[in-house]
Ligand binder design. Structure first.
Ligand code: B12
Ligand code: SF4
Length: 528
């Protein structure tokens, strides 16, 4: 049977990186089937397009996965596929919480023939076999022989054949430049950011987050060997293509068990599997100097930190009191000293937020080493404790906000400002943090560093907006480039100077780190 796995864009914003679930399910598909992958973020498709694709390729089963913000598009695409007579199975965080909606049991139309609840590593092969027999069930739950919910241990992780998968759609180098860059041998014929997981689960239960409910609070890790082998495979692929790749460790808190993370990073270094990588780690775990040394030595470049707010009252409200705003600056300095920078994520519209929250936050951000600030609005995702609290209090203004996705629009009323004021705060956050002046300041703050670091921060900032902001058309890009022309010219001019690209050591020497014994997982704290 031919199977299509499809991940929709939401029609408004785009991700820069392929979704891991598609590659994972492809690797877990029983032999004898052909699995095609289409990610709408990389290969935009509409309803007519997917129906045509399904017919042209004689697809027998379509699997669709989606976050809440993509679900409206996912349902429309599922409807188009089902209209061709091909069954659709849906999975992922949204339909796990809202299976009745997908199956049309809530009074609305049916969009999926079957729904896979939770982690589908074990259920996917069953789904494929049932589809072959034409006996799809409505719901597939990950349960053991006794009917108890069971979670994959990750000790037996499938090998994702990164060396042979067709990754054309995920090349971030613009098509027009690819051929030229390959020809002149720059080593930049392709650039991909690849998602890799080293573990799953987070015990922290922040009020707005779906992770604890979805993956549970039992933390599970892959073996170091399996992660290292995956990195080696990815490196070999990039080398063979004369291209570049970076890894996004998508674990919710990559350092949730510090001892184990250190051991993994040491093994990466020992195997020569270092590559540029990004990961999510909570600020409190980055107090550990040795961990930060190992992050830098193994290729860590960007750490995503869910700071959420600089107001401890807000953090307490959303059950994230383990974040200590007083230590944010020190944590970021510790990273920057090793030339590792942070993606700092903030949420506005929290219950203690008042008008001016953006300026107060930006005031702090300006005193920190340069990074990539992100601003979002508190969003009640289905089945989260936040959703339940707001629903109970009658504060939801758009209880089914996902049915009509609007980027940067609240679905409930904050307590100390209006919805419009909260929207204005988020707009201000983005506009000021990514203004030409802010970009220039970020680049200039690294004037004592080699050019590569400055180019890195500049490009990262320019590109980052694209994930969260409505898709920027060609004209919008031209405008952004024109606005930043001075900084661009300066970087280009410097690029021609001798030695400009030469690497420099980190600002502090990285300690020689002795090997550590790996104990069994001892969960500490998590990030999201
Ligand atoms: C990586 C990541 C991103 C990446 C992009 C996604 C990507 N390209 O991978 C980035 C950093 C850009 C990102 C951004 C955002 N993200 Co995000 N992200 C994640 C993260 C950390 C990992 C995703 C992942 O690969 N997981 C590992 C895989 C194996 O798990 P999985 O995807 O759930 O798949 C399993 C099952 O769900 C199931 N399954 C999934 N799909 C399908 C389909 C079929 C057919 C079947 C059978 C099964 C199936 O099988 C898989 C194997 O078991 C998750 C948290 C998490 N741990 O999952 C959040 C998460 C998905 N993100 C979330 C959110 C909210 C966002 C943002 C909206 C945040 C914001 N406020 O800006 C943005 C949206 C950006 C955009 N433009 O759309 C939420 C989504 C919740 C929800 N109900 O929708 C999550 C769950 C985190 C959270 N805090 O709650 N994210
Ligand atoms: S620490 Fe991060 S992943 Fe864990 S519950 Fe909180 S936001 Fe979610």
């Amino acid at each position: 049977m031919k199977i299509l796995l499809y991940n929709p864009d939401n029609g408004v914003t785009r991700n820069f990186m392929p979704h891991l679930w598609m590659f994972l399910l492809q690797a877990l598909t029983p032999p004898g089937h052909e699995v095609l992958l289409v990610d709408g973020n990389a290969s935009p498709m509409d309803e007519a397009g997917i129906a045509q694709f399904v017919r042209d390729n004689k697809i027998g089963l379509v699997g669709i996965g989606a976050m809440t913000r993509m679900i409206a598009k996912a349902y429309r695409m599922a409807d188009a596929v089902r209209a061709t007579g091909v069954p659709v199975v849906m999975g992922g965080p949204h339909v796990t919480e809202m299976a009745d909606e997908a199956l049309g049991r809530d009074g609305g139309p049916r969009h999926a023939d079957a729904v896979a609840l939770g982690e589908a590593d074990a259920t996917w092969p069953r789904i494929v076999e049932d589809a072959v027999r034409g006996e799809l069930k409505d719901i597939y739950s990950p349960v053991d022989a006794f009917g108890q919910e069971s979670k994959p241990s990750l000790k037996e992780y499938p090998v994702i054949p990164w060396d042979s998968i067709d990754l054309k759609q995920f090349n971030l180098v613009p098509k027009a430049a690819t051929a030229l860059l390959q020809k002149i041998g720059t080593g930049w014929g392709s650039f991909r950011i690849i998602p890799v997981e080293s573990g799953r689960g987070c015990p922290y239960g922040c009020e707005f987050c779906t992770v604890t409910g979805f993956f549970g609070d039992s933390i599970r890790f892959r073996t170091n060997e399996s992660v290292v082998n995956e990195l080696l495979l990815l490196k070999a692929r990039a080398r063979s293509e004369k291209g570049q790749m970076a890894v996004f460790f998508i674990d919710d808190n990559f350092a949730i068990n510090i001892k184990r993370t250190k051991s993994l990073l040491r093994d990466i270094i020992a195997a020569g599997a270092q590559c540029h990588w990004v990961a999510q780690i909570s600020a409190n775990l980055l107090r550990d100097e040795e961990l930060v040394d190992l992050i830098a030595a193994s290729g860590g470049k960007w750490i995503f930190i869910g700071m959420e707010s600089i107001d401890p009252a807000n953090l307490k409200d959303v059950n994230k009191g383990f974040n200590k705003p007083g230590e944010y600056a020190a944590v970021l300095e510790r990273l920057a000293q090793r030339n590792v920078y942070a993606i700092t994520s903030f949420i506005f519209g929290m219950d203690n937020d008042t008008v001016g929250v953006a300026e107060r936050t930006l005031g702090q951000v300006r005193t920190w080493p340069p990074g990539l600030p992100i601003f979002g609005l508190l969003t009640p995702l289905p089945a989260t404790p936040l959703y339940k609290r707001l629903e109970k209090a009658g504060r939801l203004t758009r209880p089914k906000h996902w049915q009509e996705f609007i980027p940067f629009a609240m679905a409930h009323t904050p307590l100390k400002m209006t919805i419009e004021e909260a929207h204005a705060e988020v707009n201000k956050g983005w506009a000021e943090a990514y203004s030409p002046e802010a970009l220039t300041a970020a680049v200039e703050s690294l004037n004592d560093q080699p050019l590569g670091y400055r180019v890195n921060i500049f490009l990262a900032r320019i590109c980052f907006r694209g994930i969260y902001f409505p898709m920027m058309g060609k004209m919008a890009w031209v405008k952004v480039i024109a606005q930043n022309r001075r900084t661009i010219f300066k970087l280009v001019r410097e690029g021609f100077k001798a030695g400009a690209w030469r690497g420099a050591p980190a600002r502090v020497p990285i300690a020689a780190v002795p090997p550590v014994e790996v104990a069994e997982a001892s969960p500490q704290v998590a990030e999201g």
